[in-house]
Design a protein around this ligand. Structure first.
Ligand code: T46
Length: 148
């Protein structure tokens, strides 16, 4: 997984007879204080969303129904994560570029966010993202090289 991202797994309680319940404890399962929750649904399969990064915001994305692919990038690394199980969440930290695509017809993407909505926290221009991302991650990747 690329820097500042992590796949989280959640407990599933219950059984096939009665169904299942997945508890999400703030500060434990969700690794930050939550200030906002939103969900995305009814996205056509051909639509792509995202195409931005956040300077400060941290989020956990959970596909509670259906499936969706998330491309996450820094200036050096890239991963594509398929979310197709509501017992997993994708943590995306700050300064990570994200693109969401291949939404199944029934997909519902639930998002927990660390901050209230703030338009000025978005970086939507990829060239500006690359500049800021290089500056932000330089020390992180340099430390990795030293440890090898
Ligand atoms: C992200 C990905 C995973 C609001 O008014 N309040 C909100 O909390 C949000 C998230 C959006 N909006 C408005 C802003 C736009 O007019 O809703 C509209 C659609 O938002 P956007 O085009 O940013 O949606 P996505 O799917 O491209 O991105 C969203 C989040 O904005 C973003 O933070 O990481 O989901």
């Amino acid at each position: 997984m690329i820097k500042n991202c992590k796949l989280l797994s959640f407990r599933e309680l219950g059984n096939a007879e009665l169904g299942y319940l997945t508890p999400l404890e703030i500060g434990e399962d969700i690794p930050f204080a939550v200030n906002r929750i939103y969900y995305i649904s009814d996205v056509p399969f051909t639509a792509c969303r995202g195409f931005h990064s956040h300077r400060k915001l941290e989020q956990v994305l959970i596909c509670v129904k259906g499936n969706v692919k998330i491309r996450i990038k820094t200036y050096l690394e890239e991963d594509i994560v398929e979310l197709n199980n509501s017992n997993y969440g994708l943590y995306i930290g700050n300064m990570v570029w994200r693109e969401m695509f291949d939404f199944s017809e029934d997909a519902v993407l639930l998002v927990f966010a660390s901050e209230h909505y703030d338009e000025s926290d978005y970086i939507k221009d990829y060239n500006i993202y690359l500049e800021e991302s290089k500056e932000y991650f330089k020390i992180v990747y340099e430390n990795d090289e030293r440890e090898v």
